[in-house]
Write a protein that binds this ligand. Structure first.
Ligand SMILES: Cc1cc2nc3c(=O)[nH]c(=O)nc-3n(C[C@H](O)[C@H](O)[C@H](O)COP(=O)(O)OP(=O)(O)OC[C@H]3O[C@@H](n4cnc5c(N)ncnc54)[C@H](O)[C@@H]3O)c2cc1C
Ligand code: FES
Length: 303
């Protein structure tokens, strides 16, 4: 059982949890992810470790409510428990002093880019970060990103914050004028595809973190397979980071849509049932915790 120590709604659709998970926090590195199951019958979903604190024993995750599991996660609160959390999974980011690095985060991809930008800055890189979202109300972590970047550029599709542009516009401006040693891009597959198309023209190495559908997260099921440079790779054990210029993004996007009818049915049919069940389970957990605290206080061994 893993306790939610903090819940913060970063926007209507995006929520942050700090989860008590000491073993994972002590081993986590930028770029790692974890898999959780909110309850015994729940599905396993992968989420990036957006931050971690080994001393407090916490991992931070930022999730966007897109379907059944993430919506139900949104109904959990501080003090509630998540049944299973496994990690850290995947290969961590390769961090060294590359020189001038541009970190691009789109939408909820800002969260996974943050620990990488932070580690790159701490290693002496000059870090320019570009963060983008459709509109201001779904942008988050501007201050956090500013604190780990030499420069921060904000873009929104509707111009409600920063430049009215997509992230590739300021990226191309920089590439046209300056020498850049590495670009890291995390966000929707379509954004990563166009970042790679842009950087390819300037021959700048580009790392992307892929969000393929995962089941076991340990290389056994084949669900997360992607094509990299014409070879089949498994995002969970060979990635999640890959050379963006070798990724078959069209295949990735196709595979991400493979279960949309089932996902819609799951979302529509079970939402109310599961919500009621979560509330019951959490009520029971709190009650039994309160009982054991009372018993502990009454016990001659207590204290
Ligand atoms: C390595 C990795 C890191 C990720 N990190 C984050 C993160 O930090 N924050 C965040 O909001 N999202 C992250 N995702 C995506 C997240 O796992 C999906 O949004 C989530 O699984 C959706 O589940 P759902 O039941 O709410 O939605 P569903 O309705 O089941 O699915 C909505 C969409 O999410 C994707 N998805 C569904 N099931 C899975 C699955 N088992 N594995 C991967 N993708 C799935 C599909 O594209 C699907 O169309 C990450 C994915 C990967 C692979
Ligand atoms: S999730 Fe099963 S092989 Fe990667």
């Amino acid at each position: 059982m893993f306790k939610i120590l903090k819940k913060e709604d970063l926007s209507e659709q995006i929520t942050l949890f700090d989860i008590e998970a000491g073993d994972i926090a002590r081993k986590a590195k930028p770029g790692n992810f974890f898999i959780l199951r909110t309850h015994e019958q729940g599905e396993r979903i992968p989420l990036t470790i957006a931050d971690f604190d080994a001393d407090r024993g916490t991992i931070t995750t930022v999730f966007q409510k897109v379907g059944k599991t993430t919506h139900h996660m949104g109904t959990l609160n501080k003090g509630d428990f998540i049944t299973d959390v496994i990690g850290p999974l995947g290969n961590h980011s390769h961090i060294e002093n590359f020189g001038r690095v541009i970190c691009v985060g789109g939408g909820v991809g800002i969260a996974p880019v943050y620990p990488i930008a932070k580690a790159l800055k701490e290693t002496g890189n000059t870090v320019t970060s570009i963060i983008g979202a459709r509109t201001k109300s779904i942008l988050f972590w501007e201050e956090k990103m500013r604190n780990v970047s030499d420069d921060l550029i904000i873009t929104t599709d509707d111009g409600s914050s920063g430049a009215k542009a997509v992230v590739t516009v300021p990226l191309e401006d920089i590439l046209r004028n300056d020498k850049v040693d590495l670009v890291i891009a995390i966000g929707p597959a379509i954004m990563m595809k166009f970042v790679c198309k842009t950087t390819e023209k300037y021959r700048v190495k580009t790392i992307v973190s892929l969000n393929s559908i995962m089941i076991d997260g340990t290389g056994m099921c084949g669900g997360c397979r992607v094509e990299i440079g014409g070879e089949t790779k498994y995002t969970c054990v060979d990635g999640p980071e890959f050379n963006g210029h070798e990724v078959d993004f069209d295949l990735l996007m196709n595979r991400l849509q493979a279960y949309i009818p089932e996902e819609n049915i799951a979302m529509n049919q079970t939402e109310e049932k599961v919500e009621v069940k979560y509330n019951e389970i959490n009520k029971r957990r709190k009650k039994s915790k309160a009982q054991s605290a009372d018993e502990g206080a009454a016990s001659p061994c207590a204290g």
